[in-house]
Ligand binder design. Structure first.
Ligand code: SAH
Length: 218
């Protein structure tokens, strides 16, 4: 009984999140709104934080890392223009929440995480939740996932200093990449990147506040 009631509460909070934090703030992509209405965000945070899982905030997931604010996940997911069947590479699995949202949208997701405990927790969680369209890898994302390239979409969910040529090499000719980057004097900005005919097109799509992308020397 108590369990059932708690699940109803979480569903109610999730619907309120979609309405008040996403739709009301201009997220119009129905595929994103539907996916975020389905993914049980509270199962991506530790038990003590579950009551806050649908609040308008990023939340700690350990090791100094965070699950991004719902609005940020919605914005990234709609800017990415994902269609069912697309192959998407994510750098920075974290909790696995963003990967689950993309899988709910029909993407085949490849996600890389460098912290072993986060990788293992995300693997267990996504399997238990039956997100079989998400493949995870423990490695430095600075290398991408060359065996699975090219990708239709790449999203980097940690802030770097410069665009990674390694990742650009793994992007399909028609592909789109989202990458938060430090811009001197302007803080962290989110860039939408396309690579056509050998030229890189980089568009600043707004401010961002992601945790730091670690440059592993591998
Ligand atoms: N997308 C996540 C949140 C990202 S937090 C979610 O939905 O929960 C950023 C993550 O990027 C952290 O887990 C951090 O460990 C990871 N990260 C940082 N630098 C990385 C790198 N070089 N390679 C792979 N993962 C990295």
């Amino acid at each position: 009984m108590v369990r059932g009631a708690a699940a109803v509460d979480q569903k109610f909070r999730r619907q309120a999140m979609v309405r008040d934090q996403l739709r009301a703030r201009g997220i119009q992509d129905e595929a994103v709104l539907a996916a975020m209405g389905r993914v049980k965000r509270h199962e991506f945070v530790e038990e003590a934080l579950q009551a806050q899982a649908y609040s308008d905030n990023a939340l700690p997931i350990g090791y100094g890392q965070t699950i991004s604010q719902p609005f940020v996940v919605a914005r990234m997911s709609s800017l990415l223009q994902v269609r069912p069947g697309m192959r998407v590479l994510e750098i920075g699995t974290g909790s696995g929440y963003q990967a689950a949202v993309l899988a709910e949208m029909g993407a085949e997701v490849f996600s890389v995480e460098r912290i072993k405990s986060l990788y293992l927790a995300a693997l267990k969680r996504l399997n238990a939740m039956r997100y079989f369209r998400v493949k995870l890898k423990l490695a430095s994302g600075t290398l991408g996932w060359p065996e699975e390239a090219p990708f239709d979409r790449i999203l980097v969910t940690a802030g770097g200093k410069a665009l990674s040529p390694t990742l650009l090499d793994q992007l399909d000719e028609e592909g789109v990449m989202l990458s938060p980057l430090e811009v001197s004097g302007a803080g962290q900005r989110l860039f939408r990147v396309q690579c056509k005919g050998g030229r890189v097109w980089k568009q600043d799509v707004g401010g961002a506040h992601f945790v730091r992308l670690v440059q592993d020397n591998t």
